[in-house]
Design a protein. Structure first.
Length: 140
């Protein structure tokens, strides 16, 4: 992969990496990166710094991120009830909202919704939008 990835493409790779690691916690993320980033010839690529920062940050802050998400769940809902794809998307979004001050909150939310369009269904996208809109509402 010779061309440089943009931030949206990096978020997509971060989602794929975190989703794979959620399914197999013993997985080596460097191996996952190479599978996602290598080109047709199998040539390995340099892992973008923001990809590593995003994945490492979400993994490191997962407990705090999950606590953030729980605040917005209605009675009777737990993290275990949330689709795994949606949970990974929410973790990425909350990480960017809480720990990446250089990213405008609306950009983080819009990027999460784009990931939901790509990897989830419309119902999940609406759920993610509802959770994240509560997080950024005071900013209005």
């Amino acid at each position: 992969m010779t061309e440089e990835l943009n931030r949206h493409q990096i978020r997509t790779r971060a989602f794929q990496t975190l989703f794979a690691m959620n399914a197999n916690p013993e997985a080596d993320r460097q191996v996952i990166y190479q599978q996602l980033l290598s080109d047709e010839d199998g040539e390995t690529a340099v892992v973008p710094a923001y990809l590593e920062k995003l994945v490492a940050g979400v993994l490191e802050k997962q407990t705090e991120l999950d606590d953030q998400i729980k605040k917005y769940l209605t009675t009777g809902w737990t993290l275990q009830r949330i689709a795994k794809t949606d949970l990974v998307i929410l973790r990425i979004a909350f990480y960017e909202l809480d720990y990446q001050s250089d990213i405008p909150k609306r950009v983080a939310v819009n990027e999460a919704l784009e990931l939901a369009k790509q990897f989830s269904d419309d119902r999940s996208r609406r759920f993610i939008n509802g959770v994240l809109s509560h997080e950024i509402e005071p900013e209005k």
